[in-house]
Design a binder for this molecule. Structure first.
Ligand code: PLP
Length: 396
């Protein structure tokens, strides 16, 4: 008799945002027409930039022309995009080559698919609070997980120690949900630990473009990373591709475990399991890496950073403790007055119509915290900041 994957039975009932949406729907049923200030889900609010839109239009026209039409694309990515991404690294003196770059349909898809490379007997290390997909993808696969707790005591950046035993290390910097950003020293500690033990780091750099201080944006800035790390990137938040879908992964050729070259395994995997990302999207993606594209995406990122500044100022004035916001599009706030994180969610929704994300949704140690996203509409963000200050400014 067919046995479905039993891991699915161990998944929690509902995905975090499903629970949030149910509460919002219930609120809307009682308050039809109410405007909500959405600082919850990390989805962008600004459209794709002009350089990308023009490239997408041009690519559609190519597909209408006998001379420029493209059929199946190379499974690992179009050379024009792989080369543009490699140059993006090389311009920062990081020696990534085009054949180490793999174009993907986004970081989520990739974070799930990459698990194909590792035996199910390997153990994954999750630093909580964490992006929920890390945990769920490993539960689905039936893989054992160990957890490290991030908290104010380590500035939400735990370090490895000698007792720790794990094979696959998830590192996310800038972090979702805490907004914490690893320093070079911190990443070096993990790289050394992974190289010593033959572990592999899955470095989620979905928010690298938000680093504005002198902090690492890529794990490949760290000596030794090329023999222990895979970097997973996304154009979702960097360039507004959440609904368009495009990402990339850097898999160095030096990454070898038990005599097996992971990059070669990944090529074999991609050529079997995908037929490449659409030509049109890859043309749009390539425009992000042009000078014009970079200038335009940073105009949008500046808007989100201004949202962060507005929210941080309100929290400062209200005397509420928070992390993130400076080099990350998330603000991780301590719920005031000892409130639980769902209690805080209900209070903000019902009293000031501000929607955030309860910290408990990112793991048990997120209880007592609350995540505010800075991807919202600027006018809504200003209003939400004013409402937060009015609610908490006098009481805390
Ligand atoms: N990784 C992290 C840490 C994220 O927060 C997200 C999306 O919110 C993703 C990956 C997924 O990105 P993508 O839209 O490219 O699938």
């Amino acid at each position: 008799m067919l046995q479905p994957r039993v891991g699915y039975q161990n998944l929690k009932d509902s995905y975090l945002f499903f629970g949030i949406n149910q509460k919002i729907e219930a609120y809307r049923n009682h308050h039809p027409g109410a405007h909500l200030y959405r600082m919850g889900i990390g989805d962008v609010s600004l459209p794709l930039c002009d350089a990308v839109i023009r490239a997408l239009h041009q690519a559609v026209d190519d597909q209408a022309s006998r001379d420029h039409f493209h059929g199946y694309m190379p499974e690992c990515g179009a050379p024009f995009l792989r080369e543009a991404i490699a140059r993006f690294y090389q311009d920062r003196d990081l020696p990534v080559t085009a054949d180490e770059v793999f174009v993907s349909s986004g970081a989520s898809d990739e974070l799930g698919d990459l698990l194909d490379l590792f035996d199910v007997s390997s153990t994954a290390l999750i630093m909580e609070p964490a992006y929920p997909a890390y945990v769920d993808a490993n539960i689905m696969a039936g893989r054992k997980m160990v957890y490290l707790t991030a908290g104010p005591e380590n500035d939400f950046l735990p370090l490895p120690d000698d007792r720790l035993q794990a094979d696959l290390i998830y590192l996310c910097s800038p972090n979702n949900p805490t907004g914490a950003v690893c320093t070079c020293g911190h990443l070096q500690a993990w790289v050394d630990w992974a190289n010593d033990r033959g572990a592999v780091i899955l470095f989620d750099a979905a928010y690298e473009a938000f680093v504005s201080e002198d902090l690492p944006r890529s794990i490949f800035e760290i000596p030794g990373a090329e023999s222990c790390a895979i970097e997973i990137c996304s154009l979702s938040k960097t360039a507004g591709f959440t609904g368009t879908r495009l990402g990339y992964t850097v898999m160095p050729r030096k990454l070898v475990r038990q005599g097996m070259n992971l990059r070669e395994m990944w090529i074999r995997n991609r050529t079997t399991k995908t037929n490449g990302v659409s030509y049109i999207l890859q043309r749009g993606g390539a425009a992000v890496f042009t000078e014009e594209g970079q200038r335009q995406i940073y105009e949008n990122i500046r808007v989100y950073k201004e949202n962060a500044r507005v929210l941080m100022r309100a929290l400062d004035q209200a005397g509420i403790r928070y992390w993130g916001g400076k080099n990350a599009p998330y603000i991780w706030m301590k719920c005031p007055d000892g409130m639980g994180s769902w209690e805080c969610f209900d209070l903000l929704l019902n009293e000031i119509q501000v929607v955030g994300t309860p910290g408990a949704g990112f793991g048990a140690c997120g209880e007592g915290y609350f995540r505010l996203s800075t991807f919202g509409d600027p006018a809504d963000t200003r209003e939400a900041a004013g409402r937060l200050l009015k609610l908490w400014g006098k009481t805390t």
